[in-house]
Design a protein around this ligand. Structure first.
Ligand code: HEC
Length: 459
């Protein structure tokens, strides 16, 4: 039944590609106005517009034409639009991704033909209607929460601060979307938000609303929002939401990375959108990985016993973790997957092993393959599928996370962060919380029946 549902969902995704030009039309002499502008607006316009994330607007012909060759090159190399996920020979997820900005093959063909033809403008008179540029951010949140005061971090070490935010809930409310807005992207390395239903941490926060927190610390009982560079808002699947109990406070845990000089964070904010009514399924985030114990499997450079150890200069080093899910875990559905590594990270794969699955095809399922992982583009990936066709995880299954690192100077992200520390050569790297340490973490969005939670069950 699951397979049937999956097959259906694949077909649907193929049929809903809005911007696909007529497949029968010959690709001859495409022009900006007639053929290219709609593709560029749909695929690039979320960031490449006035006031967008990207430095160069690509909205008009005058904007785009000087960049034509570079645009094609960035797309062909898989650098733009930034999207780390891609199917590989060893790991191919079965469902399409929500908000996938990658060009369809026919769109790429048009772009290539246009560039090779000298990027002609064409006739504004036969301009194709432009689609609206996708909006990645939550632009009209119901609630904006920020610490009461700015903070200045020292800039000479990694710092971890926890801010206590109070949504002032007098009754249970449900969230359908969360967005973290870093106050200063130069120093915010990641941010996590935990729900603290018993409001236990408020007393620790001083007048400025924060306390020094434990780097790996988990506060409260559920992770409800997460951000790392390149992160996007999280929108739970249709008909699902995250529950916040009346009286819940939120603990925003921020890792600040040192830049060598003191830096001001005027206020990293959390924005929320409410869900109307009571959903049948609840959603939560989970972080799994970062193990140095028996869950770490032997790797190529291990001295006999498995060790999380990335030697200086190693260009293709991988670590593999196998995480058995506790036998009592009921059936969960996975709606979102991401990976988190630091500057050495270049590739990640996440798979689920279901030894008891009847269909051999389900005994191993790739959940995410991210062969273009980059520290600065750490969005997470949500499946474009109805909730009853999402991958199932249950007790007895094993999660596999494979992380690949480049600890050589060919890795531009590493070269940059070493220079910031006054270093000119790679160093041996271990597992840890600091900027120059490494991590191998899977980020998951899961849903489960509200009835289970009402009976007191916690994931
Ligand atoms: C999610 C946001 C986002 C989207 C979508 C996006 N870009 Fe970019 N782009 C950026 C940012 C940010 C930069 C600045 C450089 C960087 O950080 O990589 C950039 C840089 C570029 C550059 C300059 C690259 C260089 O080598 O200097 C080109 C060309 C480009 N983008 C083309 C595109 C095209 C074409 C698309 C659509 C097919 C696209 N981008 C989609 C965010 C985006």
């Amino acid at each position: 039944m699951l397979l049937a549902a999956l097959a259906g969902c694949g077909d649907e995704a193929a049929a809903t590609s809005e911007h696909e030009p007529d497949a029968d039309a010959p690709v001859t002499e495409p022009t900006w106005h007639r053929d290219i502008a709609p593709i560029v607006v749909a695929r690039c316009g979320a960031c490449h517009r006035e006031g967008g994330l990207a430095p160069l607007p690509l909205r008009s012909y005058e904007d785009a034409a000087p960049w034509a060759a570079l645009m094609l090159e960035a797309v062909e190399r898989g650098q733009m639009p930034p999207f780390a996920a891609d199917a590989t020979e060893t790991c191919a997820p079965r469902r399409p991704w929500r908000d996938d900005p990658r060009l369809e093959p026919t769109e790429l063909e048009l772009l290539r033909a246009w560039v090779e033809d000298g990027a002609p403008e064409g006739d504004p008179g036969d301009a194709a209607p432009l689609p609206p540029a996708p909006e990645l951010a939550l632009t009209d949140p119901d609630l904006h929460l920020a610490p009461p005061a700015s903070v200045t971090v020292d800039g000479d070490r990694d710092q971890f601060l926890c801010f206590v935010l109070d949504p002032q809930l007098t009754e249970d409310r449900y969230l359908r979307a969360t967005q973290l807005v870093p106050g200063n992207e130069r120093v915010v390395h990641h941010a996590l938000v935990f729900a603290d239903p018993e409001a236990r941490y408020g007393a620790l926060a001083g007048e400025d609303g924060w306390f020094e927190c434990d780097p790996g610390g988990l506060y409260g009982d559920a992770l409800i929002a997460a951000w790392a560079p390149g992160g996007l808002p999280h929108r739970t699947p249709e008909g699902t939401a995250t529950r916040l109990r009346a009286g819940t406070q939120l603990v925003l845990s921020v890792h600040y990375h040192p830049t060598g000089a003191p830096e001001l964070d005027p206020g990293t904010a959390l924005e929320l959108e409410w869900y109307d009514g009571e959903p049948e399924q609840l959603s939560e985030l989970a972080l799994l990985g970062n193990f140095t114990d028996e869950r770490l499997l032997p790797g190529p450079s291990d001295p006999g016993i498995p060790e999380f150890w990335i030697p200086a200069g190693a260009a293709r080093h991988s670590e593999l973790m196998a995480i058995p899910l506790p036998p009592e875990l009921p059936e969960l559905r996975v709606w979102m997957v991401g990976a988190h590594m630091h500057y050495l990270g270049v590739n990640a794969q996440v798979a689920l092993i279901r030894p008891d699955a009847e269909d051999p095809r389900d005994q191993q399922e790739c959940l995410l393959s991210a062969p273009r992982y980059q520290f600065e583009w750490q969005r997470t990936y949500a499946y474009d599928a109805p909730t009853d066709a999402l991958p199932i995880a249950r007790g007895g299954d094993t999660l596999l996370i494979r992380c690949e690192y480049d600890n050589s100077l060919d890795n531009p992200a590493l070269a940059e962060v070493l220079a910031e520390r006054g270093l000119d050569a790679p160093v041996d790297v271990e597992l840890g919380d600091g900027t120059l340490d490494e991590m191998c973490l899977g980020v998951f969005g899961v849903i489960y029946p509200r009835a289970l939670a009402d009976e007191g069950w916690r994931p």
